[in-house]
Design a protein around this ligand. Sequence first.
Ligand code: AYL
Length: 514
Amino acid sequence: MAIFASPRAPVSVPDTSVTQTLFEGLTGREDKVVVIDGPSGRTVTAGALMSQIKALAGGLTARGILPGGTIAILAPNIPEYPVVFHGVAWGGGTVTTINPTYTAPEIQHQLQDAGAVMLVTISMFEEVARTAMVGTDCRDLVVLDGGGNGALGMADVMGAELPEQAPGDWAKDVVVLPYSSGTTGRPKGVMLTHRNLVANVTQSAAVADITPDDKAIAFLPFFHIYGMTVLMNLFLNQRAMIITMPRFDLEMYLRLIQEHRATRLYIVPPVALALAKHPMVDDYDVSSVKQIFSGAAPMGAEIEAAVGTRFGANSVQGYGMTELSPISHMTQGDSIRHGSSGQAVPSTECRIVDPETLEDLPAGLEGELWIRGPQVMKGYLNNPDATAETMAEGDWLRTGDLAEIDEEGFMYIRDRLKELIKYKGFQVAPAEVEAALCACEGVTDAAVIGRIDAEAGEVPIAFVVAPEVEEATLRAHCEGCLAHYKHPVDYRFVDSVPKSASGKILRRELRDKL
Ligand code: AYL
């Protein structure tokens, strides 16, 4: 077996909960502002954050929801997000994070699948939340900026502070269930333990060198593992400051960078493209920025270098997966190779495996990337089959990405073996869109693949077998059951979908048709 070990010194992962790790960073500096609500300028100190977390844990414990319950959060990035996330963790529960742009059926599916007993949201999403809860086992609705009419408000769920972390087994207890389709099929609950998150914060902290003077504008959603680990957990743990933004808007982003003198930008490739090319950037003072970090989708060496030059900053990439909590690779400081996702973070091992023969390949050859380390998920919730397909013997996670590792350990993503489509860094699972299309009356079969797109990276394209159905009907159908970023941008009406003898869609054949 040819194992590429991380070239970095190993780290030891503390045996604590993710919230204890957070508090360790914040304790002793209670007066420091660590979270600012971007649009309003409202500030939260480390001390206030910790006491709100403890008060929520106490309130939910008094209600009997904690310890043990699963609580769903449906919210954009606001200062209350870490309060809910860590309040649940401190009280010994599990959080499932839901994309607030989801439609009611998508929310309902996640509530049900994750076994959520309480849903926490804001008034903007109250209506869709109520619709989604119907028919599920999720009984309690919390509207952070509202309440009434059967819903609880924030004050209702806050109680006496729970002074100590609820006991647990950090290597086993699942603290969060984000959803990911992995290498195939529909989105699944990814079981991440306290240890997984603590490990990834520790591993990336060892490389990233974040200080209490660092500031980042947090638009990457906390519901997705990138924003969750890097901004909400790593940044706060290092006592650095996050300025939350509920949705991305280039003008507001640049204004907040200027106003708060942001030092690091955490972005995805479409934002890198805008920052490299948009004339608006010249209207703002962005001289405070010293590092630009992109991840979650492929970014070419050219854009990576261009955005760095324009900002006079260090421009780097990271690679990861929800199933990896999420970081396995990142580049820092003097070891920049534009176009590479960097070297493995500490205590992480890699293999490059020939997808056909399952033989290990040496440096310089392309194969499937396999990863082993303390950040690898426990498995998929209620899905031993998918877990078994993804986890190879010896605790190796098969990423479904084709990569190459050079002699110095720099990893280059070359292609994707798995079905996944990445729209602006967000996952679109072809199987989910196909199932939604097939549920439309008159559709007998459907296949969805990604098409390269200059702005979004990839966009979903649908091939449908539906002789009597109009495109407008399909579009209207998607409105009701799929979040916008999952909607096919193009429909091709075909006589049949090419399939293998075993019934698998031959996606390569469809790709050749584009
Ligand atoms: P998920 N280059 C190419 N593809 C990438 C890269 C990259 N740098 N990063 C992620 N991907 C693709 O679960 C790849 O196909 O996690 C991978 O399997 O939404 C898939 O996206 C995983 O998608 C960080 C922090 C990366 C976060 C992340 C990404 C988490 C995205 C680095 O430092």
